[in-house]
Design a protein around this ligand. Structure first.
Ligand code: 13P
Ligand code: SF4
Length: 304
C-alpha cells in the first residue's frame, strides 16, 4: 500500500472505531502527520485523560502506553509495535527498587515517567522532565530517591530547594551518549546558535547549554527566542518538529547519534495495523494500575 492510501485508511479507521492517535515528538514524521495530538510525555498523559475516544493508539514506547492505560482504564490502549521499549525504563524493576529503598529506609520515591507501571506502583509520586523540579520541591524533609535517571536526578539535586536528593544509576542510552566535546564542536561550528539541551544529558553537556528543558520547553524557547539559529541537544524528532513549525529558523542536531532507535520503530504501516487489528492492547493488573494512578495523579496535582 502506498503512503497516500495508508494515510486515507488510517483516517477512515479512526472514524469507524472512534479512535485517536497520540504521538510523542520523537516519532518519525509520517506518524506525527496522522496524529491527533503530538506532545511530550507530560502532555500525552494529560491529554489521554481528557480525550473522549474509546480507543487510543499511543505512538511512542511501552511505558507511555502504560501511563495512558493507568489514567484511562476504560479505554482500549494500543501500542503499534510491541517491542518499542525504553532502555532507561528497563534499568529499574520492582526488585531493584526494593533494594534501593532498603538502602535508604526513610526515602520517598520520585519516579520519572519513564518507568514501568509496576515501578510507578511502588513509588510515591511520578515526574517528567518538565515538572521534576516542582515535584521534588514539593517533597518534605525525607531523602528523595530519584529513579531511574542519574542525569535528571543530578540536575534536580543541583537546582531544587531540596538538595537531599539521591539519584539512581540509570540513564538514557541516547542522551548519555553525547559528550562535552560534541557540545564544544557544535558551538564552534555555529557560534551564533543558542544551545538547548534536555536534562537527560550528562552534566558536562548541560554546563555548555544556554537553556535546559523538556521537549516542549525546548520547542517553546525556540519559538519565543529572537535568535535564528539553535543547536538541539535532544532526540532528532524534535529538530524535525522545529524545522516544520519554524521554517525561518535554523536547527542543528547536537550530534548525529541523537536518535532513539526504539522511538523510530513505529511506522505508518504499524499504526494502520494497530487500528485495523486492534493490537497490541495494554493490560494491567488492577491493583498495580490503582497504585500507579495514585503516583501519576500526585504528579498531575503538583504540576497544574
Ligand atoms: P519528555 O518528557 O521531554 O517528553 O521526554 C521523554 C523521553 O523519553 C526523553 O528521552
Ligand atoms: Fe528512553 Fe532515551 Fe528513548 Fe527517551 S530517548 S525513550 S529515555 S531511550
Amino acid at each position: 500500500m502506498d503512503k497516500y492510501t495508508l494515510i486515507q485508511r488510517i483516517h477512515q479507521l479512526k472514524k469507524e472505531k472512534g479512535a485517536v492517535i497520540l504521538a510523542h515528538h520523537y516519532q518519525v514524521e509520517e506518524v506525527k502527520e496522522v496524529a491527533d495530538i503530538i506532545g511530550d510525555s507530560l502532555e500525552l498523559s494529560r491529554k489521554a485523560r481528557e480525550v473522549k475516544a474509546k480507543t487510543i493508539v499511543l505512538s511512542g514506547v511501552h511505558f507511555m502506553a502504560e501511563s495512558v492505560k493507568v489514567l484511562s482504564p476504560d479505554k482500549k490502549v494500543l501500542l503499534p509495535v510491541r517491542d518499542a521499549g525504553c532502555p532507561m525504563a528497563d534499568m529499574i524493576d520492582e526488585e531493584k527498587l526494593e533494594s534501593f529503598k532498603s538502602e535508604h529506609p526513610n526515602g520517598k520515591v520520585v519516579c520519572y515517567v519513564n518507568t514501568s507501571a509496576e515501578v510507578k506502583a511502588k513509588s510515591d509520586i511520578c515526574c517528567t522532565s518538565s515538572n521534576a523540579l516542582s515535584v521534588v520541591d514539593s517533597m518534605g524533609a525525607d531523602p528523595v530517591l530519584f529513579i531511574p535517571d542519574q542525569n535528571l536526578g543530578n540536575y534536580v539535586k543541583q537546582h531544587s530547594k531540596n538538595n537531599n536528593v539521591i539519584p539512581y544509576e540509570g540513564y538514557c542510552i541516547t542522551h548519555h551518549r553525547a559528550r562535552k566535546e560534541d557540545a564544544i564542536k557544535a558551538k564552534g561550528k555555529h557560534p551564533e546558535g543558542k544551545f538547548l539541551a534536555h536534562p537527560e544529558c550528562r552534566q558536562e553537556v548541560l554546563e555548555e547549554a544556554d537553556f535546559i528543558g523538556s521537549t516542549t520547553a525546548i520547542i517553546n524557547y525556540a519559538k519565543d527566542s529572537n535568535s535564528k539559529t539553535f543547536i538541539i541537544g535532544t532526540e532528532m524528532g524534535v529538530v524535525e518538529s522545529l524545522k516544520k513549525q519554524l521554517p525561518n529558523k535554523n536547527f542543528f542536531l547536537l550530534a548525529p547519534s541523537f536518535i532513539c532507535s526504539n522511538m523510530k520503530k513505529t511506522r505508518l504501516k504499524d499504526v494502520y495495523r494497530a487500528l485495523k487489528e486492534e493490537e497490541h492492547e495494554i493490560h494491567l493488573e488492577e491493583q498495580t494500575r490503582n497504585k500507579a494512578e495514585k503516583a501519576l495523579s500526585n504528579m498531575l496535582a503538583v504540576s497544574i
